[in-house]
Design a protein around this ligand. Structure first.
Ligand code: MN
Length: 292
């Protein structure tokens, strides 16, 4: 179908981790409110190595951490300290300002495989208070067809009739879907969607997509057929196209360069907008944005 576009992730690094940057992509900077998506790993950390994403600020967005393997310790400037494991969702709302770190729980090494997502906050909430939520148990839904089946875990929003308890400020959703054989999944016509392959090889409506490639589906569909030869796993992201033009730089989502520069200045000055994080790692400093 002509409404399916194949997009390629860009290789990057965050701290010591190799990541594949799925969003923003050139043709589609946002999908629903999702404005950033980094696939972390899969990597096997050596003994002594750690994730070590040092304290850094955010504003105007929510971070969602979702793991496929391993465990990560989240700390933030609200005083939260939370270990996250596969099947659990950490959701931090930055609002006007927050700072956080992501660290290894132990130094014994082991797998790191997951995704970090940012959802842009709409103007009605983006100046609000910071908040943090951990969801240890999430709704699952099974879909069975004549030629296969799938099971989805919904971490944000609603999908296939089940809903996550996590806060969301815009109509968007995220689900991990395990696929075996061919199965039709329901989509919402008002949503645009992104299918990101995590493990295995998957075809969407007969178009093969491999790890590192993802499929964008334009609004106007009420379903898609996912098909795998063996067990496969995808991440399904979607939502109503975000109507506000956003400006992103470093870890900030705003509406203008002036706002982005102000956020950088306040972080660099140690202003109360971005309180400190009780982390053993030193806070992250970056050079000013190029237009300052
Ligand atoms: Mn962050």
């Amino acid at each position: 179908m002509t409404d399916l576009e194949l997009l390629t992730a860009r290789a990057s690094r965050v701290g010591s981790l190799p990541v594949a940057r799925v969003l923003p992509s050139r043709p589609h900077r946002t999908v629903g409110a999702w404005c950033f998506a980094d696939l972390m790993g899969p990597v096997e950390l050596a003994a002594g190595a750690g994730v070590d994403v040092a304290p850094h600020p955010h504003c105007g967005l929510q971070t969602v951490t979702w793991l496929f393997a391993g465990e990560i310790l989240h700390r933030d400037s609200l005083g939260s300290e939370q270990v996250i494991r596969p099947g659990q969702c950490n959701l931090m709302t930055a609002g006007h300002g927050v700072a956080h770190s992501e660290e290894s729980v132990t130094r014994t090494g082991g797998p790191v495989h997951g995704i970090q997502l940012w959802a842009a906050q709409p103007s009605v909430t983006r100046g609000g208070d910071a908040a943090f939520e951990h969801h240890g148990e999430l709704a699952r839904v099974a879909m069975t067809g004549a030629r296969g089946d799938a099971e989805a875990t919904v971490f944000v929003g609603g999908f296939a009739g089940v809903a996550s308890p996590a806060r969301r400020d815009w109509e968007s959703f995220g689900a991990e879907v395990a696929v075996r054989g061919a199965v039709d999944v329901p989509l919402v016509a008002a949503h645009e969607h992104l299918v990101v392959v995590i493990d295995g090889a998957v075809a969407v409506d007969g178009t093969a997509i491999a790890p590192g490639v993802h499929a964008y589906l334009a609004p106007g569909r009420d379903g898609a057929t996912l098909q795998s030869a063996d067990d496969a796993r995808v991440l399904l992201l979607g939502g109503v196209p975000f109507p506000e033009p956003i400006e992103m730089w470093w870890n900030f989502v705003a509406r203008s360069r002036q706002e982005l520069g102000e956020a950088w200045r306040q972080w660099s000055d140690g202003a109360p907008r971005f309180p400190s994080v009780a982390s053993p790692l030193p806070r992250t400093e970056v050079a000013p944005p190029p237009w300052l």
